[in-house]
Design a protein around this ligand. Structure first.
Ligand SMILES: [Zn+2]
Ligand SMILES: [Zn+2]
Length: 136
């Protein structure tokens, strides 16, 4: 999992580029991610802030808690970015919005206490009932 990749929303109004050299990817099963993604969990890819850039930044912005701002495409609704107020040095992007998701391993899962019934743990991925900090 190396090199520069691009991604974006369904309609193409939002586009980004990121360097995956030091990227880490995990599934977040928190209730906010479930509701925002409309799926059992969100798969989030994290890089240092300077390894990510918007080519066309989405205009949609929302906040469902004090912890973060979420960016989405206001034209097609695709959820794209989670910006934690305490994590301005990193960029968290919904991994499945990459144009090419091949070869990316899920290395951790967080907020597994709200894992949807029937969704099994990813084999070999670190597991935390709570947040990312608990894995360290
Ligand atoms: Zn769009
Ligand atoms: Zn979450």
């Amino acid at each position: 999992m190396r090199g520069i990749r691009e991604g974006g929303c369904s309609c193409g109004a939002a586009r980004y580029q990121m360097d995956l050299t030091d990227a880490e990817t995990g599934n977040c099963h928190c209730r906010d991610c479930q509701k925002q993604s409309g799926a059992p969990f969100a798969t989030v890819i994290t890089v240092k802030a300077d390894q990510f850039k918007w080519l066309k930044q989405p205009e949609g912005e929302t906040s469902v808690s004090d912890a973060a701002i979420r960016r989405f495409c206001n034209k097609c609704g695709t959820p794209l970015q989670w910006c934690g107020v305490d994590y301005t040095d990193i960029a968290n992007i919904n991994m499945t919005t990459l144009d090419d998701t091949s070869g990316i391993d899920i290395v951790y899962e967080i907020y597994t206490r709200s894992r949807v019934a029937g969704i099994l743990p990813v084999k070999g991925a670190a597991q935390s009932m709570a947040g990312y900090a608990d894995l360290k």
